[in-house]
Write a protein that binds this ligand. Structure first.
Ligand code: FAD
Ligand code: NAD
Length: 402
């Protein structure tokens, strides 16, 4: 009799950790494990703002999948998922198809433009390694172009960032590091290059308490970031945001949208019932009415029953989903009871550049400044340890000095 086949879609935080845990929990005779991903590398989504600003090299944020997942134990397929045909237990890929006995969908997020006119066509997104390399190269191109043009247009040097949630704020924090370096490199007056963050709400980082928000805003302003709050972006043109009821035009040479995310559109193509782009999973992380399909990470709404709303989509949660999912697949294979997911909140930290940050950790301890930045690096490095042990930490870890 052939072994049951477990197919994991997506090698992000949830997919990589599920695969890793399955190899630890199951014997090779118990199941065949297949991991399918678009690229032959895994990337640290949580470092993408740094790749986009050019404060780290994109190769630091990439890890070859076969360096951490043994290809003799797990079949690795590098291909794009097109859709899941649930009725036939089959996954359709760009270059083939594969059947499964158990399926784990961990295909992550896509940027949500909420249908804002022109955003899809004209703005850059912090979405994956390639999209972030484009942002980095475009920003530098604007500096070179400015330096070499006879009729200088100062707005070429303006970088507009739409949305002041975590991604927008972490990105402008990195830009506050990078822009002075670029000004120095191309001998351009620092005051010519502007970083403008536009946010619809009256405040940045709405998830943090007032004192941390004030700290973050003041720190970024001191380093040259301008904020436009209470300013809803109505439209994005080739070189501007159109903002507010009076449709003010803010011009720029680089426009980046960080206004929100939603689940991978493969979920819709595969016929899952969606709430705001994601599947609301059962307590055991299976899709409703599906015995053999688990949905994890940014593709899933996992309900916080105590608060009656879903947990926010984070890498921290995605990795914890992976542990529960691997245990539950093992339980299904061994005809044991499944467990419900329980979130263990280790806190939240937002970086504000290399040596600054704000956060809440260990049930309510507030951090700001260097301690917060150090804590962010501890979290980043812990993940590398969990995934690939000390070898991966030494190869890819963040050991940048303060
Ligand atoms: P992902 O990590 O996005 O992985 C999805 C994988 O699926 C990718 O490898 C992708 O290539 C692959 N894939 C996608 N489509 C296909 C397809 N069609 N076929 C094959 N493969 C496909 N969270 C935190 O907890 N802490 C942080 O500090 C933090 N910082 C962040 C910073 C930024 C800039 C961003 C954007 C997010 C940050 N988050 C952070 C959120 C966190 O990154 C996400 O919640 C997390 O990445 C979700 O993990 P995932 O495994 O669901 O998806
Ligand atoms: P988000 O939804 O958290 O923030 C988007 C921001 O854009 C909001 O402040 C919103 O008011 C603003 N916005 C939306 N439409 C707008 C408009 N028309 N005009 C102006 N502003 C507008 O999205 P995100 O920052 O991409 O984060 C996505 C998820 O990733 C979050 O759940 C977050 O928890 C997670 N994340 C975590 C970290 C971290 O832990 N350090 C870092 C990045 C992302």
């Amino acid at each position: 009799m052939s072994k049951p086949r477990i197919v994991v879609l997506g090698a992000g935080y949830a997919g990589m950790m599920t695969t890793k845990r399955l190899t630890q929990k199951l014997s090779p005779e118990e199941a065949e494990i297949v991991l399918i991903n678009k690229h032959n590398y895994h990337y640290q989504t949580t470092w993408l703002h740094e790749v986009a600003a050019g404060t780290i090299n994109h190769n630091q944020a990439r890890i070859m999948i076969s360096d951490v997942i043994n290809p003799n134990r797990v079949r690795l397929i590098y291909d794009s998922v097109v859709k899941v045909e649930k009725e036939d237990n089959r996954v359709v890929l760009e270059n083939g198809e594969i059947t499964y006995d158990y399926l784990v969908i961990a295909l992550g997020f896509v940027t949500n433009t909420f249908g804002i006119k022109g955003m899809e066509e004209n703005a850059f997104f912090i979405q994956d390694i390639d999209s972030c390399q484009l942002i980095r190269d475009h920003i530098e191109y604007q500096f070179v172009k400015y330096k070499n043009s006879e009729e200088k247009n100062d707005s070429d040097l303006t970088i507009l960032v739409g949305g002041a949630g975590f991604t927008g704020i972490e990105f402008v924090g990195e830009l506050a590091e990078k822009v002075p370096q670029l000004c120095k490199k191309y001998d351009i007056d620092r005051s010519k290059a502007r970083i403008i963050n536009v946010e619809a709400a009256p405040s940045i980082l709405p998830m943090f308490e007032k004192d941390l928000v004030e700290y973050a805003k003041t720190s970024l302003e001191h380093r040259g970031v301008e904020f436009r709050l209470d300013a809803k972006i109505q439209e994005c043109t080739e070189d501007a945001f159109i903002v507010g009821d009076d449709r003010e035009e803010i011009k720029a040479g680089t426009i980046v949208w960080t206004g929100g995310v939603t689940g991978n559109p493969i979920l819709a193509k595969s016929g899952f019932e969606l709430t705001r782009g994601k599947v609301t999973v059962n307590g055991d992380l299976r899709a409703p009415e599906e015995e053999n399909i688990f949905i994890l990470g940014d593709c899933a709404w996992v309900m916080n029953e105590k608060e009656g709303r879903p947990y926010p989509p984070t890498a921290q949660a995605a990795m914890q989903h992976a542990d529960t999912c691997a245990s539950n697949i093992k339980a299904l294979l061994r005809h044991e009871a499944l467990q419900n997911f329980e979130f263990h909140d280790k806190g939240t930290v937002a970086s504000l550049g290399i040596t600054d940050g704000v956060g809440n950790v260990l049930s309510g301890t507030k951090l700001s400044g260097k301690p917060a930045a150090a804590m962010k690096k501890v979290v980043d490095n812990r993940y590398l340890f969990l995934l690939g042990g000390p070898k991966l930490f030494l190869k890819k870890g963040k050991v940048r000095p303060f």
